[in-house]
Design a protein around this ligand. Sequence first.
Ligand code: TYD
Length: 209
Amino acid sequence: MNNQAAEGREVWDRFIVFEGIDGTGTTTQRHLLSATLTERSIPFHSTAEPTDSEIGRLIRRVLSGDLRIEPETLAYLYAADRNEHLYGPQGIRDHLESGEVVICDRYIFSSLAYQGCTCGLELPDRLNQGFPLPSLLIYFELPPERAVSRISGRGAPDLFERGEFLSQVSRAYEGILERFEAQGMKILRVNGARSIPEVAEDIRKAVLS
Ligand code: TYD
């Protein structure tokens, strides 16, 4: 399942990652893509980071403001959660090896973008360097103001769900995507401002092509 691509890393076939700032609709679209794959009897595994493991739960306590830790420590936690998510029992590697498509909501690009903004790029870059790349990255584009107005209907904002910060993250994503794109990684940018069915159709076409 492995090829070599961007930055000399392994690329894992059938590994699809959704990325975007908070509020861009990745969760909704992950569920819709899951429904499409089910209809077509294509075996898949749908998952997300942070995970619901003990490490993921610790991360969510930080996001909710219940636990305060240094931004660098949080970068380590995301990387630890990811390592387990990839290689632990019933992890992404196991699902891919059994022939499934894996759809993962957020991955290393979230760490490079978000932690890049809170503790500089060097640490998240180093912590995430050894992880394999997806064969397709779907990036949800949405102006940060639109994202914030969607999030504001959902109750108390998480640590990162603030307008000015999401604008910074959005700019950070642009740089990161350019860097991986320049090295041959396959990226589909979808305009997340359109209707849910329109976005779902773009994703369906890219995944089934
Ligand atoms: P998110 O997918 O938005 O969770 P939910 O759908 O439950 O709100 O992820 C939670 C937050 O974690 C989000 O603000 C992005 C952030 N995040 C990072 O900062 N770094 C990472 O490596 C990952 C995976 C997520």
